[in-house]
Ligand binder design. Structure first.
Ligand SMILES: CNc1ncnc2c1ncn2[C@@H]1O[C@H](COP(=O)(O)O)[C@@H](O)[C@H]1O
Ligand SMILES: [Zn+2]
Length: 366
């Protein structure tokens, strides 16, 4: 029988998770309390908003504006990055491609660079699990031999690979978007593996961000786009023609756009809870996951915003199993296939394949 425990024990690959959408409620409440005491916000109003379930898509973006008020400074960003990695690792996520929008805030001396430095400091300060983040310098500094990821699984100590995507917010100007892309390129040796386009899909124009995405392509940075979260067919068309390495969501595609997607083989990051809770998809049963799955289209189960939608990657696998009647071996295969679509290099992918092989070996010996 497939239960949550089984889904948790399965090694998993997360390719679509936003840092500020992955914050624990308890941390948000704690941050809100501090700002409430300083009279920056009214705690009781904010408490109610944080604990609310089932937000519409537009309510989500209002919530993100609030989160960005609560989690502004470097210290808080560092703390959040640490907790988010620990939480994913606790779900047996063995490779996490975490995305975040580098933010500038002159009032507190924050630049896009210093924001990212705080994120990286957070990842490096994780305590509950071994983090493989920037292998070359990290490992050479370690005095004792670190176990390989396969060793870790044999002894049940955990290890997680973490890589970063820098997000462009659709509200940003072309210049700000280009700045993010240039920063991503500078940070290729610091764990950044690609670019994401996200933000409120009702705001911003494709042509505003296109120069930045073209620049990313010139710099050989893989790209993933939030595509079709709202029925903007002209934009969906332009995005598909751009041929990104991956897309997220892919909800409101017209018949001919489905055909284009299918023949393009662009992998789709599927976020079941996110799509249903925001009412972009009426129910799990109606989700396009199953059409893509049956058509053997490349897809990856992801959380989007586990904090915002009170979910986890294990739970997303469980929902897929329950809704679409998938077997253990189908879930296992889907989790393993995600390796192919990660933006990490070949060496990391090989190590991840080993983890899955080892997991299989363990299963057959049980
Ligand atoms: C629900 N579906 C979604 N659609 C589009 N963009 C989303 C999103 N969920 C999150 N984001 C994007 O991620 C930011 C929060 O994380 P970071 O501050 O970058 O770490 C949001 O402000 C939004 O731009
Ligand atoms: Zn997203």
């Amino acid at each position: 029988m497939i239960d949550m425990e089984w889904c948790r024990s399965l090694p998993k690959i997360e390719l679509h998770a936003h840092l500020n959408g992955s914050i624990r409620d308890s941390t948000l409440l704690e941050l809100a309390k501090v700002l409430g005491e300083k009279n920056v916000i009214v705690f009781s109003d904010v408490e109610h908003i944080i604990l609310k379930d089932d937000r519409s898509l537009q309510e989500c973006f209002r919530m993100f504006d609030l989160i960005h008020v609560l989690a502004t400074d470097h210290t808080t960003i560092k703390r959040i990055a640490k907790e988010v990695v620990e939480d994913f690792a606790a779900e047996n996520v063995v490779y996490l491609e975490l995305r975040t929008t580098p933010k500038k805030n002159e009032a507190i001396g924050m630049s896009k660079q210093s924001y990212m430095k705080a994120v990286i400091a957070g990842i490096k300060s994780v305590e509950t699990v071994e983090v493989e983040f920037i292998p070359s310098d990290d490992i050479s500094k370690k005095p004792v031999k670190t176990p390989t990821i396969v060793d870790s699984f044999r002894t049940n100590t955990k290890k997680i690979y973490v890589r970063l995507l820098l997000s462009i917010d659709r509200r940003e100007t072309t210049a700000a978007a280009v700045e993010t892309v240039e920063l991503a390129s500078e940070m290729k040796d610091s764990g950044v593996v690609g670019i994401d386009l996200s933000g409120n899909p009702c705001i911003g124009e494709w042509l505003t961000v296109l120069p930045a995405l073209k620049r990313a392509r010139e710099l050989e940075l893989p790209i993933t786009l939030h595509c079709g979260e709202v029925p903007n067919h002209k934009e969906i068309q332009a995005m598909l023609e751009f041929r990104p390495q991956r897309i997220g969501h892919a909800i409101f595609l017209k018949e001919d756009q489905w055909k284009t997607l299918r023949s393009s083989n662009i992998p789709v990051e599927i976020c079941l809870s996110s799509n249903v809770q925001t009412q972009c998809v009426p129910s799990y049963d109606d989700h396009h996951f199953i059409d893509l799955y049956n058509a053997k289209h490349p897809l990856i189960l992801c959380t989007d915003d586990p904090g915002m939608f009170s979910t986890s990657l294990s739970r997303e696998y469980y929902i897929a199993a329950k809704t679409f009647g998938l077997s253990k071996s189908q879930l296992h295969e889907m989790a393993m296939n995600a390796i192919t679509y990660a933006f990490a290099d070949g060496k990391v992918k090989k190590a991840l394949e080993e983890i899955f092989k080892d997991y299989e070996r363990k299963l057959t010996h049980q």
